[in-house]
Write a protein that binds this ligand. Structure first.
Ligand SMILES: [Zn+2]
Length: 310
């Protein structure tokens, strides 16, 4: 598959206090590792316009985050929740992460095909329309979905969330917009506590697959084949978006799944197959979590390499 990386170097500007798991070294580790993967192109993310954010977030939320950044200045932090903090330059990082996701959607839709991997932080899938939480300021994948629907006029999109945590923010979008199909595999119980199988959205456009601590490759792949693939076939999306978190890896310190690097290559192959079958080979993946840097870098490489070879 023609595969493009959208790189957001502004990710480095979102610096957090020492010891915070969502640190800038995550970006650097993935960036360096991806240089060895033969892809078609590298693009550099531009900052998203505020109007694009308002397709998912409230204007008050956007104002609150950007005002907190301005208030923090260059050398101090303002906390938006217990573990979600910003400095002044965090605004550039967050807006560029969204801009990268929009650029990827534009590329996939305008070229008519192609896999895109958006290398950016902070992550986004916990950010709700009116709330920053769980390290997330703006919800890149939800904003990108609305951009594909409202700007490009696609009839429907699917968002597959393979991060080990439930994408509560993204689910909020599907609960308000039937054109969005949200499918999440995640550990339960675990932060943020949402994502039970009984949460089914509007006419079944939300599919949650909670799995217990200790879930390994075999059980995860079985659940993917039994539930994610059929849900995608039912959705028949015109674009597949992926919340590509790599914290379900066995080495990750924040959760208890037991996936390997190879599982991410396998998932990429499955997703590329669905994108080819239903979505004109349009597949946009956005980096979410992953907190053991070596495992994160290897897993992201395995994922992108498998897309390029698909
Ligand atoms: Zn996560």
């Amino acid at each position: 598959m023609k595969t493009t990386i959208v790189d957001s170097p502004a990710s480095l500007e979102h610096r957090l206090p020492d010891g915070h798991p969502e640190h800038a070294g995550r970006y650097t580790a993935v960036r360096e590792a991806l240089e060895a993967v033969p892809v078609s192109d590298w693009l550099t993310a531009q900052q998203a316009p505020v109007e694009a954010l308002a397709r998912f977030h409230t204007v008050q939320h956007v104002d609150r985050v950007l005002s907190a950044c301005a208030e923090a200045g260059e050398d101090d932090w303002v906390a938006l929740d217990a573990d979600t903090l910003v400095r002044g330059p965090s605004a550039r990082a967050a807006l560029s992460a969204v801009g990268g996701a929009l650029m990827a959607v534009d590329g996939a839709v305008e070229d008519g095909e192609g896999a895109y991997f958006v290398l950016a932080r902070p992550p986004g899938h916990h950010a709700e329309p009116d709330q920053a939480m769980g390290f997330c300021l703006f919800n890149q994948v939800a904003i990108a979905a609305r951009h594909a629907l409202d700007v490009h006029g696609l009839a429907s999109v699917a968002i597959v969330d393979i991060d080990v945590h439930h994408g509560n923010g993204t689910q909020c979008l599907a609960e308000r917009d039937e054109r969005v199909h949200f499918i999440s595999l995640h550990q339960a119980p675990l932060y943020p506590g949402t994502g039970s199988a009984g949460e089914t959205g509007l006419n079944g456009n939300v599919v949650n697959i909670p799995l217990p601590e200790g879930t390994g490759s075999e059980a995860w792949r079985m659940a993917f084949e039994a539930e994610v693939i059929p849900a995608l076939r039912r959705a028949q999306p015109a674009l597949v978006l992926v919340s590509a978190g790599f914290d379900a890896h066995a080495d990750d310190p924040l959760a208890g799944f037991r996936l390997t690097d190879e599982d991410y290559a396998w998932a990429a192959q499955q997703l590329a197959g669905i994108a080819r079958e239903f979505a004109f080979s349009r597949l946009v993946s956005v980096l979410e979590g992953g907190y053991d840097c070596p495992a994160l870098a290897r897993s992201a490489c395995a994922f992108v390499q498998a897309l390029a070879e698909a």
